[in-house]
Design a protein around this ligand. Structure first.
Ligand SMILES: C[S@@+](CC[C@H](N)C(=O)[O-])C[C@H]1O[C@@H](n2cnc3c(N)ncnc32)[C@H](O)[C@@H]1O
Length: 189
């Protein structure tokens, strides 16, 4: 093998290794889907969100959970990777008159600093919650995690609530499940 061929192969191997490392470190993908308004309120009720809370909405979409939390007097931080959705969330917070209590961060929820959160809200999926579980378990004592339709694998919820709702994407009735955990939570085998 001549020097040029060796150099090209070496560079190729390094590029593939970097791509694999990037893929392995990224969190599982999360498609867009909306939490119906009554389910948003059920999530905030279950977490007993009030003016003293700092609510983090992981993958905030159009900001509906963050905005509803701010309407209850809480401070809210929405984290959204899609710039257009983040812009929509900011515009909706402004239109709702709660912009001073809502901060929309354009970024990756898997990298977010959650240390200020007293409540974390999520509508993400089982794999994303599994990836986030170690970080959520390290939230401050008494912090609440509330999730629409997906449970954190291995974490025993403090409460589970089911409600009938209308799916905003199909306009058909369906049952939504809302899970609540309080830190520290019990783990299941
Ligand atoms: C299922 S939607 C939930 C939207 C909103 N929270 C709700 O309940 O209506 C998930 C959102 O997470 C966003 N998202 C996906 N991957 C993300 C990531 N790595 N970091 C931040 N946001 C992400 C998507 O763009 C989408 O808006």
């Amino acid at each position: 093998m001549d020097g040029t061929t060796f150099g090209a192969r070496f560079a190729g191997t390094v590029i593939i290794a970097l791509l694999l490392a990037g893929l392995l470190s990224a969190g599982p993908p999360v498609p867009y889907s909306e939490t119906p308004p009554d389910v948003v309120e059920a999530m905030l009720d279950l977490a007993a969100v009030g003016p003293e809370d700092v609510v983090y909405d992981l993958g905030c979409g159009d900001g509906r959970i963050a905005i509803a939390a701010a309407r209850r007097g809480a401070h809210a931080v929405g984290i959204e990777i899609d710039p257009a959705r983040a812009a929509t969330a900011r515009a909706k917070a402004k239109a709702a008159g709660v912009a001073e209590r809502v901060r929309i961060v354009e970024g990756d929820l898997y990298e977010a600093d959650l240390s200020a959160a007293t409540v974390v809200a999520a509508y993400l999926g089982t794999l994303p919650l599994q990836k986030l579980a170690p970080r959520l378990a390290q939230l401050r004592d008494g912090a609440r995690v509330v999730s629409h339709d997906f449970a954190i694998p291995g974490a025993v919820p403090a409460q589970v609530k089911r409600l009938r709702t209308i799916d905003p994407h199909t306009d058909y009735p369906r049952t939504a499940t809302v899970y609540l955990w309080t830190v520290p939570w019990r783990t299941s085998p």
